[in-house]
Design a protein around this ligand. Structure first.
Ligand SMILES: Nc1nc2c(ncn2[C@@H]2O[C@H](COP(=O)(O)OP(=O)(O)OP(=O)(O)O)[C@@H](O)[C@H]2O)c(=O)[nH]1
Ligand SMILES: [Mg+2]
Length: 300
């Protein structure tokens, strides 16, 4: 077989392991991952280039019932990933029961007429018998082209998934230059890394109420100065993010700085400040500013 290429959308409920799978395929952290649902907010392309193939994976926000405009945009974004793709991975967390959320996604997928691979993720959490039971309950729910059990976290059976994926690709164009692994600017990943540290250190409503704006990056030979604004929805949230005598903000800043240093390759001076933007998740102008709505005109 010669060189093949194509696009694969990774679709599923929040927390199924979509971003973990993408990172594990690319052997690099492209997307942030956390135990909190609704971590990913944008479609993110990850590009795998091998001698015989280039596969462009689209990691997407988890499909859920939206509670505000941000959620609506995220779900819209996830579905928009399907336009033009050659293949869909429908990824489920086998440690969770098949639910109405999955049922809803499958119903929507029916109308798309795309080949779908059922990716059973987190098999490290089940015994063989449990997995077989799960399969029996699930496999007849849709005309899946293939069913592939994996562990995205433990990197189990990923090569098999890729091997099968290549058989569904028919293009021969190399879409991206060799060496390019993702499609977003460095500023985006900087903001995401800071958001990840906040998600990992906070709970309840806070993770969902936070957005990051990179306000300034100054690159010098041996240091990078990054100013970032943490947007929250209420004064009380601001207080929690800052913490007692600034302890929480300090911890978030330290964790983010460490990781930022590994990607920019210099010492990083990270200056964080917190601003309250009341109810930003329901304000169109804010969502546009934050890049959660691409443009005024991109609704297919
Ligand atoms: N045990 C186990 N945990 C996993 C596996 N894959 C992902 N996880 C964990 O599941 C959680 C969610 O993973 P994510 O990759 O952020 O999930 P997601 O589908 O991208 O979630 P959203 O972006 O919120 O839609 C994280 O804590 C991961 O470490 C796996 O194969 N096994
Ligand atoms: Mg994700």
């Amino acid at each position: 077989m010669g060189f093949v290429s194509g696009f694969v959308a990774i679709i599923g409920r929040p927390n199924a392991g979509k971003s973990t799978l993408m990172n594990s395929i690319l052997q690099q952290k492209i997307a942030i991952t956390t135990p909190k649902a609704q971590t990913t907010r944008n479609n993110i392309r990850g590009i795998l280039t091998e001698e015989d193939a280039q596969i462009i994976f689209v990691d997407t926000p988890g499909i859920h019932k939206p509670q505000h405009q941000l959620g609506e945009e995220m779900v819209k974004e996830a579905w928009s990933s399907l336009s033009g793709v050659d293949l869909v991975y429908f990824i489920v967390d086998v440690s969770k029961e098949f639910g109405t959320g999955d049922e809803y996604i499958l119903k929507q997928l029916e109308s798309k007429h795309l080949p779908v691979i059922l990716v059973l993720n987190k098999i490290d959490l089940l015994t063989k018998e449990q997995l077989i039971q799960y399969l029996e309950n699930f496999s007849h729910k849709f005309d899946f082209k293939e069913i592939i059990p994996i562990s995205a976290l433990k990197e189990d059976n990923i090569d098999r998934l890729l091997e099968v994926t290549k058989t569904y690709l028919t293009d021969t164009i190399q879409y991206y230059p060799e060496g390019q692994v993702c499609d977003y600017p460095e500023q985006f990943i900087m903001a995401e890394i800071i958001r990840e540290k906040i998600l990992l250190n906070t709970r309840d409503e806070i993770p969902h109420s936070v957005a990051i704006v990179i306000e300034r990056i100054v690159s010098k030979k041996d240091k990078t100065i990054i100013n970032a604004m943490i947007m929250v929805e209420r004064d009380s949230q601001k207080g929690i993010i800052i913490g007692k005598q600034g302890a929480m903000l300090k911890r978030i800043g330290m964790q983010a700085r460490k990781e930022l240093e590994t990607i920019v390759g210099t010492t990083v001076y990270l200056e964080l400040f917190v601003r309250v933007e009341k109810d930003w998740r329901n304000r169109r102008a804010k969502l546009l500013q934050l890049g959660y709505i691409q443009t005024e005109f991109d609704d297919e």
